[in-house]
Design a binder for this molecule. Sequence first.
Ligand SMILES: Nc1ncnc2c1ncn2[C@@H]1O[C@H](COP(=O)(O)OP(=O)(O)OP(=O)(O)O)[C@@H](O)[C@H]1O
Ligand SMILES: [Mg+2]
Ligand SMILES: [Zn+2]
Length: 463
Amino acid sequence: MSRSKTTYACNECGAASARWLGKCPSCGAWNSLVETVAQAPAGGGKNRLGAAFAALAPASDVQALASIEAQDVARTPTGQAELDRALGGGIVAGGVVLMGGDPGIGKSTLLLQALDALQRAGVPSLYVTGEESGAQVALRARRLGLAGSQVAVLAEIQLEKIVATLAARQPAVAVIDSIQTIYSDQLTSAPGSVAQVRECAAHLTRWAKAQGCAIVLVGHVTKDGQLAGPRVLEHMVDTVLYFEGDTHSSFRLIRAIKNRFGAVNEIGVFAMTEKGLKGVSNPSAIFLSQHADPVPGSCVLVTLEGTRPLLVEVQALVDSGGPSPRRLSVGLERDRLAMLLAVLHRHAGVATGDQDVFVNAVGGVRISEPAADLAVMLAITSSLRGKALPKGFLAFGEVGLAGEVRPAPRGQERLKEAAKLGFSVAVVPKANAPKRKDKAFEGLTIHAVERVEEAMALARQLA
Ligand SMILES: Nc1ncnc2c1ncn2[C@@H]1O[C@H](COP(=O)(O)OP(=O)(O)OP(=O)(O)O)[C@@H](O)[C@H]1O
Ligand SMILES: [Mg+2]
Ligand SMILES: [Zn+2]
């Protein structure tokens, strides 16, 4: 074995440095550099870079694009319709999926259910567990009602043994639960370290591509919602799925952050039950809190996740703050919140400069689309004034720095869903208001606004 040399690698981005630094020069993260042992890969050639890239795809001759046969990717449905939706239709042979999520959110549960369904459909599968014993997995399978499951289970954390098992059994789908527990004896650093995670993931990716085996890597997630370990993992794999949701509520979302085989905006919605995760095929109303009467500081919006509209309640609490007031948001971007507060002040005369402002999207959803702006602002002013918005009220629309209210994509669909769920008052951007009377909006009074101050005045009248 070649003499190993100690280097420092960034936990966030994987950048290497010869000495320890408090701040990563490449991604700017603090305290993220950890000691690692840099080694030439086994059979190390002179060119380390070459060896690392050779890992990703088998070398082949150069061909003209037109002469390469384009094959439609064959997708195998997992038997979990909501998971398939997030995957873009099912798993793809040779595709590598990284599945991240907070501890205890249900990653192992969902994947075991999916593998069992695949196995029952005649797709050979392998579940590699590095975190639990075979007995624990069996116990979970029994709880999930998967008695008599033929899924092959391997409790192993050494990469070389796992690859040997893959080679011997040739499964069509394999789950590695989790990539952070796997280590390769080619490296001396500890399991879970950047070098190990990266090397193991690269090795498994290479295997998947070469053998046409679909591999799902389970990855742990840090508190701030990033996939722990090097970000290079996200670049290496074909699909990154992220499990979100509030562990206190039973609903879970699977969101594709990246997908080389499908759209990224689709989400899968599940409910955690005694018998595991069950898909929710009509999720539009699950993120509404169950107040009998409207409360101050709450406003409902219709967000579009992929192809399905989803009604989500946004809550705000505005309270007198200390010398440096706080702005905190859960499920919504904090920078966006600061911007909205500035727009409120400048264009609607609503001052929150000396107040703490907290904003939360109910049910642990993450809303990234700007169409939430109007609802966030209405929730904030409602809390500030201590006045609830009327029952059956909802709003959506993007707000610009000049105080203009911009249309949201596919506004009519959003309004239709709201009407269907019995909402009665909507404040929406002018361009989203229906031009003609339509039966689909019956019972819903639609107010069209062009400016933020108009929307705020309207809310004051209605409250
Ligand atoms: N008896 C039970 N009845 C209902 N739900 C249960 C039961 N036991 C466990 N659960 C649910 O399953 C969840 C654990 O799921 P799972 O082990 O699949 O999570 P995970 O994402 O794999 O976690 P980890 O990161 O720890 O591996 C628990 O948080 C709980 O909600
Ligand atoms: Mg698990
Ligand atoms: Zn870094």
